[in-house]
Design a protein around this ligand. Structure first.
Ligand SMILES: O=C(CO)[C@@H](O)[C@H](O)COP(=O)(O)O
Length: 224
């Protein structure tokens, strides 16, 4: 893709906010070097902002975030957009309720993805955040909308905001980029805990009725 790179500085505040959110990925140990990315839909426009490809996290600023249309075309920016731009664009086109996306290679969750094994819902925190197991999506090559097709096929009709893409890593969605970042943080947290539990025995499942009750409380009552 030949990027038409201009520096018009549009959507600078949102690009700055998304740039700062990338710091949560490094702070929580979810990415290595330049792996991973965050995107967010531009409110009221058929656009989204996404990390520039291979841009270092250290010192990431609004200029490292590129504005794209929903076909993945570059609208504004001085950095070629992420390798996963077409994947994010596909999700935005097919899941209108999604306004933020995150991709990581967080170690414990990616180890589950390498085995193509879903993370079973054996923790109340999983019922709260994921409404059940964290599902596995298909193997997909990088650089076109294949990953996006796998994310949509797996998450459509699921309560989970996270999918473990086989042999690759974590993709999360949310009502905002911050919600998607939270889902990525929680995915790694529960992936590690369930892994540890399985070293000592077989974790016990939570009944579907209890999962539903926990999910409803957390999504509708928890917090301020
Ligand atoms: O997973 C991969 C490559 O395997 C990519 O998604 C990287 O994780 C991030 O690439 P950029 O967003 O920097 O292009």
């Amino acid at each position: 893709m030949t990027a038409t790179l201009t520096e018009r500085g549009t959507h600078r505040a949102q690009r700055d906010s998304v740039a700062r959110l990338h710091g949560e990925l490094t702070r929580n140990g979810l990415v290595t070097w330049t792996s991973g990315n965050v995107s967010e839909r531009v409110p009221g426009e058929d656009l989204f902002v996404i990390k520039g490809s291979g841009v270092p996290y250290d010192g990431l600023s609004w200029e490292g975030i590129t504005v794209c249309d929903l076909d993945g075309g570059v609208v504004d920016g001085v950095r070629r957009p992420s390798s996963d731009t077409d994947a994010h664009a596909y999700v935005y086109r097919h899941m209108p309720e999604v306004h933020g996306q995150v991709h990581t290679h967080s170690p414990y969750a990616t180890a589950w993805a390498a085995r193509a094994e879903e993370i079973p819902c054996v923790l109340t925190a999983m019922a709260d955040e994921f409404g059940g197991a964290i599902p596995v999506g298909p193997f997909a090559l990088i650089g076109d909308d294949s990953i996006g097709r796998g994310v949509v096929a797996t998450l459509r009709g699921s309560r989970s905001p996270a999918v473990l893409m086989r042999n690759h890593g974590v993709f999360t969605v949310g009502a905002s980029a911050r919600d998607a970042v939270k889902a990525a943080v929680m995915t790694e947290d529960v992936a590690r805990t369930v892994h540890l539990s399985r070293q000592l025995g077989e974790p016990l499942p939570i009944s579907p009725g209890h999962v539903d009750a926990l999910y409803a409380r957390y999504q509708n009552v928890y917090g301020q």
